[in-house]
Design a protein around this ligand. Structure first.
Ligand code: CP
Length: 317
């Protein structure tokens, strides 16, 4: 595998989950695969889970790891071609990328949606430029429109906790004070749509996601109907995708906070969230602390999804 930015890149999803579960049984089984190989992790914005889990995954495989926070300690990077660089950015991404490629074998990139220009965000200019100009295998550690390592970990977690063959999964929008990208819900829908599980997406009107990600999922505006009989509740905030409100917060209605009352409509569902989560905005203390909450095992599986992707990339070098 030379690149990993979306669900299609992992190939057969069943095989990928099975491979991940095998890796989890003995995460040091391939500890010489990455010997003398270097992973460069580049962050254009903050991270806790992605940073730690991906570094740990690389270490499990025997890799060396370099981490660069672009906004702390590196030259500020210009990303637009054609700009007269007379401002505060002394280096262009088009030189920086091939230079970074000189020092490593595999590159992980964390970028973020600007939420101002939909076309620009959905072009995925930053990670696509790394793929084009680095000369290295490149994987997404969350980009503007997808978060595939998160969705892969979510799917591993669902596999581990499901009690029926084809669970009903409800992905629910929940309120948040700031505008957040659509990357996590886009990606979650994209990955679940590659299984035969039932996926229902519920949100207030105006928060419709890009139809290419919604795919075969059912959009149910009636929140109670959506939660009815669910086996997994996947909560997430996202900003509006539809024009003219792209990237805006159009509601912070706390009726959409996941609480014990709405969870009672489910079939004793497991509660999931990618974290970080704003308590009592997205989910109540009671629900996230309940024994039905699996947010910690979900985060733990980030190490396993990253290790599966890195292992496949190392095998293709
Ligand atoms: N879920 C997730 O990607 O967390 P971080 O932003 O902390 O990496």
């Amino acid at each position: 595998m030379k690149k990993f930015t979306c669900a299609a890149d992992i190939g057969d999803i069943r095989k990928a989950v099975d491979e991940a579960i095998e890796i989890k049984k003995n995460r040091f089984a391939f500890d010489s695969l990455g010997r003398h190989k270097t992973l460069l992790m580049i962050f254009f914005n903050s991270s806790l889970r992605t940073r730690l889990s991906t570094q740990k995954a690389a270490m499990n495989l025997g890799m060396n790891v370099i981490v660069l926070d672009v906004n702390q300690g590196a030259w500020k990077l210009e990303t637009e071609r054609g700009v007269i660089m007379d401002g505060d950015k002394p280096e262009h991404l088009l030189e920086a990328i091939p230079v970074m490629g000189c020092y490593c074998d595999i590159i992980g990139v964390r970028s973020f949606a600007g939420l101002k220009d939909k076309a620009e965000d959905y072009e995925e200019r930053i990670i696509e430029q790394f793929i084009k100009y680095s000369g290295r295998s490149v994987f997404s550690m969350e980009a503007a429109t997808r978060h595939p390592l998160q969705s892969f970990a979510d799917l591993i977690t669902i596999e581990e906790f499901k009690t029926v063959e084809r669970p009903k999964i409800v992905m629910t929008w929940a309120p948040h004070p700031r505008a957040l990208p659509q990357a996590v819900p886009n990606s979650f829908a994209e990955w679940i749509n590659r299984t035969d599980y039932e996926l229902v997406i519920t949100h207030p009107e105006g928060y419709e996601l890009d139809p290419q990600f919604v795919g075969r999922a059912k959009v149910e505006y009636d929140r109670e109907k959506a939660f009815d009989g669910a086996h997994f509740v996947y909560a997430k905030n996202w900003s509006a995708y539809a024009d003219p409100n792209y990237g805006k917060v159009i509601s912070t209605d706390r009726k959409w906070t996941v609480d014990s009352d709405i969870m009672k409509l489910t079939d004793n569902a497991r509660f999931m969230h990618c974290l970080p989560v704003r308590r009592n905005m997205i989910v109540t203390d009671e629900v996230i602390e309940s024994e039905r909450s699996i947010v910690i095992p979900e985060a733990a599986n980030r190490e396993i999804s990253a290790q599966t992707v890195l292992k496949r990339m190392l095998e293709s070098l």
